[in-house]
Design a protein. Structure first.
Length: 248
């Protein structure tokens, strides 16, 4: 396959993945297999994907800011606890095998599906007091490790954590989510760069698509509101679960 065609494919995949990541999650279930299909080993694909994740969330944070959705002080407090885990997770990711990667992802997705179907009180009003529970801080430590490790599905984990531990609505959850992922991706990306597990040309081609998709994902999250996000989230989880169980 000509190299320019690979870049065009990655750009198209990035458009979809960026929108998915910002609006719900799971975009890396498209980008990582695509990078591997185009010839990268799992560690290099994992590292290359972080270029797109970083730039996608720069774009999404800016898009939310344009819509006047920002709480940088709260987002930063949550983000800082993800940093140590992100570094440790990225170091471990360099050694992970493809088979283990798929098993971990399948377990995580099943867990997220369970949390989505458990009945809960409709208590998702914005946390106007901006209080962060100690449980949320602990959750961010785990989020950092998992995000640095394999990234795939971390958006779902973040959304569940912020919804149930901070009682935020889904628009604010997505606003914090993109900022948190942006911050912890920086040290993780550095680990992959130092270990030479990056393909810059493919990464930047993918990132161009992710940035556009992420920008629009943030816009639609604000304009369409929580109902749109919830429906898109459920549909995304359902489709990914079917794929993991080999149904298509």
């Amino acid at each position: 396959m000509p190299y320019y065609l690979s870049i065009l494919i990655l750009f198209g995949v990035g458009l979809i993945a960026g929108f998915m990541n910002v609006t719900a999650g799971g975009g890396s279930t498209l980008t990582l297999p695509s990078l591997i299909f185009l010839g990268l080993d799992s560690a290099t694909a994992n590292g290359t994907n972080r270029i797109a994740i970083l730039l996608q969330n720069v774009s999404a944070v800016y898009s939310f800011k344009q819509e006047n959705y920002k709480q940088f002080d709260i987002s930063l407090k949550l983000s800082l606890l993800t940093l140590p885990g992100s570094i440790i997770g990225a170091l471990l990711a360099i050694k992970i095998g493809d088979e283990l990667f798929q098993k971990i992802l399948a377990v995580v997705m099943i867990g997220i599906i369970i949390t989505m179907i458990i009945p809960t009180k409709n208590n998702v009003a914005v946390n106007k007091a901006n209080k962060i529970s100690w449980q949320a801080y602990i959750a961010m430590i785990f989020v950092g490790f998992y995000g640095g490790f394999i990234q795939v599905g971390v958006g779902f984990i973040l959304m569940a954590s912020l919804k149930y531990l901070m009682k935020l609505n889904l628009v604010y959850i997505n606003m914090h989510k993109v900022f948190i992922v942006l911050i912890y991706t920086i040290p993780a990306l550095i680990v992959f760069i130092v270990s030479k597990n990056i393909n810059w040309i493919m990464g930047l081609g993918l990132a161009a698509g992710n940035m556009i998709g992420g920008w629009w994902g943030a816009k639609l999250s604000v304009k369409k509101g929580e109902r749109f996000i919830r429906m898109f989230l459920m549909a995304t989880i359902f489709v990914i679960a079917l794929k993991l169980f080999g149904i298509f």
